[in-house]
Design a protein around this ligand. Structure first.
Ligand code: HEC
Length: 210
């Protein structure tokens, strides 16, 4: 942080200095705060580079094929002991290796109930906004939702429909659902750019043209 502020401050000081030198005597007392060199808002928006939502995997418009995430007729889920599967599922939930880029896990988005909307508290199948928006699916099961998040936010392939991994992750997600309280649901942090509000050069730039 500091290292980023320093060059800006140095630029302002240099700007002030040269502005002062260039000014006719009567103006020295009040250098024009809107002169390009002095205007701290002329410098690059410090938030631009750091916007974590620049490559927003949640953004709408990125349609996915509903047949990729709909259990095919005649296929059966892997059957096993719920507790054992959930234990394995918890490891998968926390593993970034599952994702296409290898950098995000289910936990990156969903820890503490994050990104889940109030629909998550309802019994499955139910409507999930993202599945409506991106695949036109009006209703979805929990395991299909696991597949959906594999394809969309995790940017990879869905699991085989009879795989132990899909059963494990679904079992763990069911346990997560049991402890979920809709009131705690946090909004999708990618919807509102967290930098927008804090951009010191945004709304109140006194130098902006009127
Ligand atoms: C980049 C963020 C992100 C990642 C990573 C992610 N999800 Fe999601 N997940 C979302 C969003 C956004 C929603 C949709 C919320 C909505 O529209 O209601 C969602 C919804 C869900 C839902 C359905 C909630 C409901 O209302 O029924 C489940 C279950 C789920 N995710 C499981 C997973 C699993 C399992 C993984 C890992 C394989 C995962 N998610 C990875 C962002 C993510």
């Amino acid at each position: 942080m500091k290292t980023q502020i320093r060059p800006l401050r140095a630029a302002i000081l240099t700007g002030l200095f040269s502005a002062v030198i260039a000014m006719p005597a009567p103006l020295i007392a009040a250098p024009n705060p809107c002169a390009p060199k002095v205007n701290p808002c002329a410098a690059k928006n410090p938030c631009a580079a750091k916007n974590p939502c620049a490559a927003n995997p949640c953004a709408a418009g990125n349609r996915i094929d509903p047949t990729l995430v709909t259990r095919p007729k005649g296929t059966k889920p892997y059957k096993g002991n719920h507790k054992e599967l959930a234990k394995e599922g918890e490891k998968l939930w926390n593993s970034a290796k599952l994702s296409g880029p290898g950098t995000i896990s289910c936990a990156s988005c969903h820890t503490g109930g994050a990104m889940f909307q109030s629909s998550f508290a309802k019994p499955y199948p139910h409507q999930v906004q993202m599945a409506v928006d991106n695949a036109g699916m009006k209703s979805i099961t929990l395991e299909e939702m696991v597949q959906f998040c594999m394809v969309k936010p995790m940017q990879t392939k869905p699991f085989a429909w009879d795989s132990r991994e899909l059963a494990a992750l679904t079992a763990y997600a069911a346990d997560v659902q049991k402890t979920f309280k809709p009131g705690k649901a946090t909004a999708n942090p990618c919807v509102a750019n967290p930098c927008a509000a804090k951009n010191p050069c945004g709304a109140k730039n006194p130098c902006a043209a009127r």
